[in-house]
Design a protein around this ligand. Structure first.
Ligand SMILES: Cc1cc2nc3c(=O)[nH]c(=O)nc-3n(C[C@H](O)[C@H](O)[C@H](O)COP(=O)(O)O)c2cc1C
Length: 183
């Protein structure tokens, strides 16, 4: 059976490039992976006061992660870091203390930007955040996607062949990483 990968596009924007990249990956993934693309929409603000009786949306998000075989982050860069909505989702996933819903899950990080630097700072921040609360991070290949602004048509289809090639290579490597690192 295919491994289920929760693929989190870290933007709430309707025309988000991160979301379009996540959807493109879902189509390019090998048969061994089934990508479920989500965004942080609907995940309420983390508040430590609520940990005793967590809101339903936190529980549903944690449950989705726990039932997955891996997690893929497709993040934009906001002010040289990840968007606050994505950090909030990760904070929700990381609790209760010591029981992160990402523990043992193989993870991958894809950053992107319409600009020249590919969101590399956002990806580096995720590389700092995740190791204490997740399973193994795919280290190679690294992937920082720049100039994504002309990669999609009006219907959100991927039309840039160079990007398609890179995404195909990455998702193939990620499939192998997931297969190797199942708990
Ligand atoms: C608050 C804010 C901060 C941003 N900071 C950066 C940045 O540090 N680096 C960068 O490459 N792009 C930056 N951008 C531009 C984003 O890369 C661009 O808006 C991108 O389309 C957002 O991702 P999305 O398409 O997935 O929503 C910023 C955009 C916003 C709204």
């Amino acid at each position: 059976m295919a491994h289920t990968i929760v693929t989190i596009a870290g933007s709430l924007r309707k025309e988000s490039f991160s979301l379009k990249i996540a959807n493109a990956l879902a189509k390019l993934a090998p048969d061994t992976l089934k990508l479920e693309v989500i965004t942080p929409a609907g995940i309420s603000f983390f508040n430590q006061d609520l940990e005793g009786a967590p809101p339903a949306d936190w529980l549903a998000f944690r449950d989705k992660l726990q039932k997955s075989n891996g997690v893929l982050f497709v993040t934009p860069e906001y002010n040289r870091s990840i968007p606050g909505v994505l950090k909030n989702a990760i904070d929700v996933a990381s609790r209760p203390y010591g029981k992160s819903s990402l523990l043992g899950k193989p993870v991958g990080i894809i950053s992107n930007s319409p600009g020249p630097l590919g969101g590399v700072s956002a990806a580096k921040h995720l590389q700092n955040i995740l190791p204490g609360i997740s399973g193994l991070l795919l280290q190679q290949p690294e992937i920082y996607l720049n100039a994504v602004g002309d990669a999609f048509d009006a219907d959100g289809n991927l039309i840039k062949d160079s990007l398609k090639t890179v995404l195909q290579q990455y998702i193939g490597a990620f499939a192998a990483h997931v297969a190797k690192n199942q708990g």
